[in-house]
Design a protein around this ligand. Sequence first.
Ligand code: HEM
Ligand SMILES: *[C@@H]1O[C@H](CO)[C@@H](O)[C@H](O)[C@H]1NC(C)=O
Ligand SMILES: *[C@@H]1O[C@H](CO)[C@@H](O)[C@H](O)[C@H]1NC(C)=O
Ligand SMILES: *[C@@H]1O[C@H](CO)[C@@H](O)[C@H](O)[C@H]1NC(C)=O
Ligand SMILES: *[C@@H]1O[C@H](CO)[C@@H](O)[C@H](O)[C@H]1NC(C)=O
Length: 238
Amino acid sequence: MLGLKRLALVALCAIESITPTVSARSLFNLRSIQHDDALDKRQSLMQKYCPSSTPGAACFSEFTVAAQKITYRIAIPEVAAAPFDIYLQIIAFKATAGWAGIAWGGKMSNNPLTIGWALPNGGNGSVVSSRFTSDHSAPGAYSGATYTVLPSTTANATHWQLDVLCQGCSKWANGSLNPNGANAFAWAKATKAVANPASNSSSFSSHDGKAVWSHDLSLARVPQSAFDALVAGKAVGA
Ligand code: HEM
Ligand SMILES: *[C@@H]1O[C@H](CO)[C@@H](O)[C@H](O)[C@H]1NC(C)=O
Ligand SMILES: *[C@@H]1O[C@H](CO)[C@@H](O)[C@H](O)[C@H]1NC(C)=O
Ligand SMILES: *[C@@H]1O[C@H](CO)[C@@H](O)[C@H](O)[C@H]1NC(C)=O
Ligand SMILES: *[C@@H]1O[C@H](CO)[C@@H](O)[C@H](O)[C@H]1NC(C)=O
């Protein structure tokens, strides 16, 4: 009985691991819901990601847009309801993501937008920009969310990686996140670089890729102590 169940699990993992950017490190694989005509639906995945060497031994919920080589990772403390702090990591391929972002309410308007891009001229960091819009025009600055850029933020010749603590991304005027289940999120990105990458208030051109997905934040929950350690960049107890 048990053997059969194990076999089925192994078979499921084997199928999942064929997907290019998803490796055997996944513990749970859930098919994502996402809508983008330009994308192969089979190539985006939501899963739990537990790297071995993360401060706090924290796990993340992870969503990868395989066709764009953009990964979003999220950790949150074990709370019952919003508002709560969010640890967000975006890892993006420079050639496809001049900028990439996330819309916390799953749409462009009336929810906090977190946008990132690489520092210019080989700088080894990334920039976060807090935005909001009430329509489909270029989003302006949003003071309802505050960000702490964490030291693991980096960039190299091929990728930029943004690690931030967001306070204000889980609750806004018209909505809030469910820390225990599914949430509609949206990603967007443009290949074109932003106008003035050194500034978080830079203008940027509209997306050439975007989609909505269902993100299960119950996979992002870590004990408060692990969350604090993650944000501090330290192992628990260190
Ligand atoms: C200069 C900046 C931007 C412009 C001019 C712009 C423009 C537009 C327009 C005209 C649409 C509706 C038509 C369509 O579906 O293409 C749209 C939809 C959308 N945009 Fe943007 N956008 C910008 C930035 C962003 C950012 C930063 C995000 C998220 C991080 C975002 C997320 C979305 C999403 C998810 C949709 C799908 C429909 C919806 O949710 O309303 N956009 N955008
Ligand atoms: C809240 O939603 C309503 C209706 O969709 C919209 O008119 C209003 O501008 C939104 N307010 C904010 C602050 O997002
Ligand atoms: C890159 O990061 C290292 C270590 O954080 C720093 O010493 C160096 O000055 C940085 N280089 C650039 C170009 O910013
Ligand atoms: C840019 O950074 C400053 C200083 O951290 C912050 O006060 C401001 O809100 C940020 N603006 C945007 C658009 O993110
Ligand atoms: C460049 O940065 C990305 C994101 O941090 C990382 O995954 C990749 O291994 C780095 N590449 C090199 C050559 O260090």
